[in-house]
Design a protein. Sequence first.
Length: 283
Amino acid sequence: MELTSEANQSVLKNLWNKDTHTFSSDMLKLTAIITMMIDHIGAGILEYLLYTDISASIPYNTLLIIYYINMVLRLIGRIAFPIFCFLLVQGFLHTRSRIKYARNFLIFALISELPFDFCFFGGIDWSHQNVFLTLCIGLLTLWALEVIQNKEMHIALKTMVSLLAIAISLTVAAFLKTDYTWTGVLLILGLYFFREKLALQCSIPFIVFLISSIISNLAYVTLQESVLLCLSSKWTLFIPALMIYHCNGKRYMQKGKYFFYAFYPVHLAVLYVIQIILTNILQ
């Protein structure tokens, strides 16, 4: 029992250092996958019950409860993506092989596409691509910018080529309609550019999503309404901001690296199976 207690304390210490009041990168990673799963339970299960033909067999009062629970789950889910982007930037800065790092994202982007399509769209849907592709585009953009910065060329030309690389990456993400589209890539870039200014880096997720909200809703609502819309749907972004601010960057879980990659397609496949089970029960 004592050994078990000591082991538990060691695990907790690796996640949260009470002496320095900081989180490890492992804690951020676990927080990201848990909040992502919570978000996808809302998007993949509750919204399936709400917005498909199956809703006809569910009482109105029950649908109302499901609707409000879904709102809470989706708010919690907003915590995940900024943390994933922050961890990607940290991985890019510290990886021993950029090629292998990018390869992993690309491979799991391909593996994840079918589970993503079936879970959220009920079948193969080429109009939306999964979040791994967004992360992969962001990673390749960081790599391209680093290569450009290391080239010997005039500063003006270097700036122009860098801006062109950024414009291309944002356009590709928007054209492919990857999860979070150009907003996701811009968030990765912002976290990378302000990596040495921690306070500003922590505010980047809110700034980027605010810009995205204003641009996306420009033709439909006023500027003030866009700001209020962003605040009401993204106010939980203060949680990843605090976690990033208090991250010590230490990693203790050296084994099981691919678990965090595989978790995404596997949990989407499981949610799709649950959809099938619910359909058979309710119809």
